[in-house]
Design a protein around this ligand. Structure first.
Ligand SMILES: Nc1ncnc2c1ncn2[C@@H]1O[C@H](COP(=O)(O)OP(=O)(O)OP(=O)(O)O)[C@@H](O)[C@H]1O
Length: 241
């Protein structure tokens, strides 16, 4: 089943910028789907529309069969967004931050989530005093506490050291193992290659590729996704001139 269906989606901001120019894509339930593209291509705009933060200008968007924006109340119950700039409560502990979200969602699985994200030994530390990697883990903990069917991770490993990045990768894999669909916006092609079932590439508000990482690598006869992506960008930029 397709958990996300986007058909001919447009978003024109008030200043006239056409951030999305008729994108169409489908995300299958349970897959890790990576959304790739250069700065300003439209990734965050898409995530904001899918998670009911922004309204589409035109086009059809459904999430788990519910329509955006008409059924946003229902959609908010089943999706979760972990933004790039997650702001925890600095003076509250890790546990208190997670508890806050548990109360919002009326759930009592705080201990399970703390365990799952390897936060047990850090649960009594103040959020404001954590390293970037631990902050990101708390952000994901707060994102999964409401048992979402679908989670949007917006650049979850930016600025993290290699070990912390890998611990986030393990978390993404465990979310997939639990049957949660993961929609990942990232600039890290190694990350996308390792984690994704499929990737979409957005360029200047249009989807220019949608395939598995290995299909993309084969298509451009490259060694890895990063090389294939860079070749695709070179071709697109040459076409623009
Ligand atoms: N609130 C806004 N008002 C006007 N224009 C906006 C707004 N938000 C984004 N844009 C513009 O829309 C386009 C798409 O931006 P978006 O943030 O979706 O890109 P992105 O792919 O997420 O980029 P990045 O990789 O830098 O996060 C850009 O040209 C951006 O300047």
């Amino acid at each position: 089943m397709d958990i996300i269906v986007i058909e001919d989606l447009w978003k024109v901001y008030k200043n006239g910028i056409e951030a999305l120019r008729g994108i169409s894509l489908r995300v299958r339930e349970g897959e890790v789907f990576s959304f790739l593209g250069p700065n300003g291509a439209g990734k965050t705009t898409t995530i904001k529309i899918l998670s009911c933060i922004l309204k589409p200008t035109k086009g059809k968007v459904t999430v788990a069969g519910y329509e955006v924006p008409k059924d946003c109340k229902k959609i908010r119950e089943i999706v979760s967004v972990v933004p790039q700039e997650f702001q925890g409560f600095s003076d509250l502990t890790v546990r208190e931050n997670i508890q806050y979200f548990a109360k919002l969602y009326k759930v009592n699985n705080v201990d399970d989530v703390i365990e799952e994200l390897g936060l047990k030994e850090h649960q009594n530390k103040k959020f404001g005093e954590l390293s970037g990697g631990l902050k990101r883990r708390v952000a994901i903990a707060c994102g999964i506490i409401g048992n979402p069917k679908l989670i949007y991770l917006d650049e979850p490993t930016v600025g993290l050291d290699p070990k912390s990045r890998r611990s986030i990768w393990e978390i993404v894999k465990s979310l997939k193992d639990k049957g949660i669909t993961v929609f990942l916006a990232t600039h890290y092609l190694d990350e996308a290659e390792k984690l994704s079932d499929r990737v979409a590439v957005i360029y200047k508000g249009k989807i220019v590729k949608l395939s598995t990482p290995s299909e993309l690598v084969d298509e451009f006869k490259k060694e890895n996704l990063e090389e294939a992506y860079l070749e695709l960008m070179r071709q697109l930029e040459a076409d623009d001139q």
